[in-house]
Structure formats: structure tokens, C-alpha cells
Design a protein around this ligand. Sequence first.
Ligand code: ASP
Length: 310
Amino acid sequence: MSHGPLRHLISIDDLDRPGIERILDRAESFAEVSGRDIKKVPALRGRTVVNLFYESSTRTSSSFELAAKRLSADVVSVKSTGSSVDKGESLKDTVQTLSAYDPAAIVIRSPHAGAAQLVAGWTPAAVVNAGDGKHEHPTQALLDVFTLRRRIGSLEGTNIWIVGDVLHSRVARSNILAFRRMGARVTVCGPPTLLPRDIESLGCAATPSLENVHEADVVYVLRMQHERMREAFVPSMREYAARYQINDSRLRPGQLVMHPGPVNRGVELSAATIDSPQALIGDQVKAGVAVRMAVLYELLVGPQLMAVAA
Ligand code: ASP
């Protein structure tokens, strides 16, 4: 972990706590810009941001696109649906082709762990990891910390449970690191087949039982990632829901519920819980643009304080 000026955002490990706080403070100013009639600041005028999405995405791709546009950058969005893309070489070719436009930043979403790091080696542009396979999704973690900080203030001493398909989840990995760095205690919970064996090395506890979930201040629910499951990790989705679904009967009043989306309604979360006031899911989506503006700003303008110009 090196904490000089941030060149790329590949992992939450690229940021120390003051770095996370600086980005989130700046995101607060950008949230204010997003409340204006004219939602633009000139910070990246004349610069180009390339969004390269090799995997389906709604929230992440649209919010990165809006974030770059609200900073007045020129934006090129390239979408490709993984299957026909031959990892290594063709990704390199694409990055080199797009580099001809001299982008200031490349935002990359890929089904392959390590793809963002590879891209960083092929281009002089700043690289933002928008999700690489099962590895990390650092901007999701930042917007989750932003959302929680807004709701409860400091995360210091907060008890956060991350429940579900931890094995296939880049969100779990980034969020464990970010929540820990902000002073929270983290427990991951799920069927033993969906808990990676070495997960505690990230600084969290792990349990297959929801029995003590009432101790959590925040229950962060993960999507069952069918598309990444090549074998049967659970007997059936019904069985999974019976044992692990977060719903009214498992929650106590006052607990907050988060989910990175998209939600499998009625599988990992009950429909009633998704729509309940305990759920912060809508706030998480709303935080995406401001936090991604702050990340692009940090990488392309720098850590200095910003006066948000009118
Ligand atoms: N949207 C998140 C991701 O891209 C979570 C998910 O897909 O379950 O990793």
C-alpha cells in the first residue's frame, strides 16, 4: 500500500483512512453540485475519460458516465459483453487503440480479476477499477462508506455484518477493507461453501450462522451471483432463502440494511425489507455519482482542496 498522490484506484488498499476521508469530503461538495439546476463544474474541461465495460452494469456504468460529464470531461463509453472478448491480448489491443485519444482516465469493468491492474501497465492514463471479476470494486465500497457516514456519522466501532455470497463478491472484498479502515468491526456470514477459507486474513470474523445477526448495526446483504457459479454451492435458491434471507423476522428495529444491487428480490432480501425505511439501497445508488466524481477529481486534479466553482 503506497500513499503518495493516487495514480490509479485499483483496490481500497491504495487508500489510507485520510485518503478515504478526503475523497468522501469532496463527494459531499459534489453532492451539493448534483442538487443544482445546472449540475456541472469545469474541473475536467478538455480532458477525456474512457469507460470500458466488459460486463453488464447499470449503476456503475451510468454513474461513472454522469460523474465524468458533470466534471465537464469528454466521455467515450465502450461496452462489450465479455463472451467474445479474448482476455489478455484483445484487452491490451483495445486499451492501446483507445490510448490514441490520449485519455486522462480509463474506467474499466471486467469479468477477470486483475484486469484493472493490467490496464494500468498499458496506458499512461489513470485507471479506475470499476469491478474486476471476484477481486475488488473500490468505488462501490467508497459510496457505501459515504452512505453510512451520512446516516450514522463515524463508522468507528460500528458492527457490520456482510451476509451472503462472499466467495464470488468483489464488493465484499473491497467493503471489508474499507469498513475496517474506517474503524468498523466486520463479520462475514454465509453458507460455508460461499465463505472463502482465507477471508479472515482481511481482518474480519466469519460465521456460517445468522444467530447473532441482531448484534449488527448494519447488515450488508450480497447478491447471489448465479453468473459466477459453475457448480452448485447451495442446494437451491429456495433453501438459501430459507436459511439466509434477510427479512423482517431476522432484523430488529433500528438495524440498517444495505445491498450493492442488483437485488434478487425474495432470495437474499425479502421484498418488504427492500422497501422498508431500514434499507439504504436507494441512498447507495444516489451516492454513486458524487463519489465517482470525487474519485476522478482525486486522480486527475489531485488531493488539494477544491472550491466548487459556481
Ligand atoms: N453491482 C455489484 C458488482 O458489480 C454487485 C453485484 O453485481 O452483485 O459487483
